[in-house]
Write a protein that binds this ligand. Structure first.
Ligand SMILES: C[S@@+](CC[C@H](N)C(=O)[O-])C[C@H]1O[C@@H](n2cnc3c(N)ncnc32)[C@H](O)[C@@H]1O
Length: 221
């Protein structure tokens, strides 16, 4: 497979996540988290864990043997999927520091032989094989033109594509807009209608579920 679509992640996104990598990874280290952060995460970030529970369940249901994690970040999901479901995982992320953490995490979990990671903008990622599942959690909202990005995920899959998007009408949205704007990281929110319009215009077979602050979209390929 090859792609001639131009770069999708801007330098601002790459810079932002390179700098944020350690703090972002800390969200997943629940047992090491200071009590205040733990409480904030439980209150404001529970959808990060809920959406992964859904993904895990779908991977189990379809008996996925291979998975591509687009914007894998610190690889938290990848180590769990490789260990729990015996899935061969490929993770791609544009931020070098995220891939360093993901590589280390797979070693710590003893699944380094089942996980491979690559620093790349997904729109430049090349693969000669398709994956049973293509996953992208907390990533598509940073892509200003999501259609080619989602199409490319579909091209890479032979069964299912799963991705999340943040809901527009949520009381936590304004603070997130301000925080990301201050750090010059582009970010897009979605109303249900906007998401339906996007998926219908693409003519794909989709399902949308809402999990607190996120929509999780499942596309059958
Ligand atoms: C909020 S983090 C989510 C990480 C991981 N999916 C998770 O849920 O833990 C978003 C990640 O997407 C990556 N990213 C954004 N745009 C990308 C692109 N075009 N190609 C590859 N990675 C991208 C960022 O570098 C960042 O690590």
């Amino acid at each position: 497979m090859s792609s001639n679509i131009s770069i999708s992640a801007g330098k601002d996104v790459e810079r932002f996540f390179d700098a944020y990598a350690n703090d972002f990874n800390a969200i997943y280290q629940v047992n090491e988290r200071p009590i205040v952060n733990k409480a904030i995460d439980k209150w404001a970030r529970s959808s990060m864990f809920l959406r992964f529970e859904r993904v895990y369940q779908i991977c189990q249901e379809i008996g996925a043997k291979s998975l591509l994690d687009v914007g894998c970040g610190p690889g938290y999901h990848d180590a769990i999927l490789a260990k729990g479901l015996n899935i061969k995982v490929t993770g791609v992320d544009v931020a070098d520091n995220m891939i360093k953490i993901a590589t280390e995490a797979s070693k710590e979990a003893g699944v380094q032989d089942d996980c491979s990671f690559e620093v790349a903008d997904f729109m430049k990622f090349q693969s000669d094989k398709k994956f049973d599942a293509v996953l992208s959690l907390g990533v598509v909202e940073y892509i200003m033109d999501p259609e080619p990005f989602i199409k490319r995920m579909i091209e890479c899959s032979n069964n299912v594509v799963m991705f999340s998007l943040p809901v527009k009408w949520h009381w936590l949205t304004p603070q997130r807009v301000i925080r990301y704007k201050a750090r010059r990281c582009p970010l897009k929110f979605y109303s249900h209608l906007k998401l339906v319009n996007l998926l219908q215009s693409m003519g794909v077979n989709y399902k949308i579920d809402r999990l607190k602050r996120d929509y999780i979209v499942t596309i059958s390929v």
